[in-house]
Every structure is written in C-alpha cells, then in structure tokens.
Design a protein around this ligand. Structure first.
Ligand code: RTP
Ligand code: MG
Length: 152
C-alpha cells in the first residue's frame, strides 16, 4: 500500500430527495464520482420512514432544524452510495462543500452544495464526518455483512 496515497476509507454519501426528483442530476453526479477514481462499492435507493430518519440523525434530535430535516429526508427516496478510496471521507465532504448552500455560492461556487443546494436544510447531500460515523451509517443503510465486504 502506497502511504502517500492516504488511508483507504469508506464513507456514506447520500443524494437527498431533491436530487432524486431530477434523474439527470443523479446521472451527472454519479458520472462525476466515477471519473474521480473513487470507487462506488454499493448503491441503493432507500425511502426512509420517519423513524428511520430520526434514528439516522439522532445526534441532532435537540436542534431547532430537526423536525424539518426529518420531514425533508422523508419527502421522497434517497440514493445511498458506499464510496471507498484513499481519504474518501474528507474527499467527499470537500466535494459537497459545507452545510449552507447560499454561503457556498459566495465562497466555494464549484462545490456540489453551491451548485444544487436549495436551503440550509435542503442542502442536497450528506457525507459521513469520521471513520466512526461512516461505519455506523454504512451499517445502518447496507447492514453489517455488506459493510465488512466494503472495507475488505
Ligand atoms: P451532513 O452531516 O448532512 O453531511 O451535513 P453537515 O455536517 O454539513 O451538517 P450537520 O450540522 O451535521 O446537519 C445535518 C443536516 O441537517 C440539516 N441542517 N439544517 N440551519 C439549518 O437549517 C440546518 N442545519 C443543518 C442539513 O440537511 C444538514 O446536512
Ligand atoms: Mg454532520
């Protein structure tokens, strides 16, 4: 393993319901990822119940935006993508940009949230923020056996 290539990681990328409402957006984003050299290990369309969305975002339960976040994430299907590659966790988060699309359009106009995001909550993408979150989230979406295959 080439040390300079960085640690091999896996992460959970989500294309949120506003992206799935436009199939051309999904195709373009998937193409982008495939051209990057990062690997799409697994893909699955999921349509979360309120309970599943609440569980996925449990750490935000007390935040003012929690109810509208759950409402957004249950407004339609979500594309869940397991990505693997060197430093893929921070690679995907950089590609998304930070949480707020309007701010990103000022500071980082080429990032995905600047290009597609609608509001601070309806920001079109999710990416795991650490190795531990990635594990929890990938197991949540794809299950433990699939997770073990992804990180092999
Ligand atoms: P994520 O976890 O989804 O990658 O995004 P993040 O770290 O940039 O944002 P986080 O603070 O973890 O919030 C999770 C999701 O909640 C929604 N949100 N709305 N001020 C607001 O209205 C607000 N803040 C956050 C977003 O959908 C965000 O991705
Ligand atoms: Mg977060």
């Amino acid at each position: 393993l080439n040390q300079s290539a960085g640690a091999l990681e896996a992460t959970l990328a989500l294309l949120k319901p506003d992206i799935l409402a436009n199939p051309a957006f999904v195709d373009s984003i998937i193409n982008d990822i495939q051209n990057s050299g990062m690997k799409i290990a697994l893909r699955k369309q999921v349509f979360w119940t309120q309970g599943q969305a609440e569980q996925f975002y449990a750490e935000h339960r007390r935040r003012f935006f929690f109810d509208r976040l759950v409402k957004y994430m249950t407004s339609g299907p979500v594309e869940a993508i397991a990505l693997s590659g060197p430093n893929v966790i921070s690679w995907w988060r950089q590609k998304m940009g930070a949480t707020r699309p309007a701010q990103m359009r000022m500071t980082n106009p080429t990032c995905l949230r600047a290009r597609y995001g609608l509001t601070d909550t309806r920001n079109s993408f999710h990416g795991s923020d650490s190795v531990e979150s990635a594990k929890r989230e990938l197991v949540f979406v794809f299950g433990q056996p699939a997770y073990k295959q992804i990180i092999l």
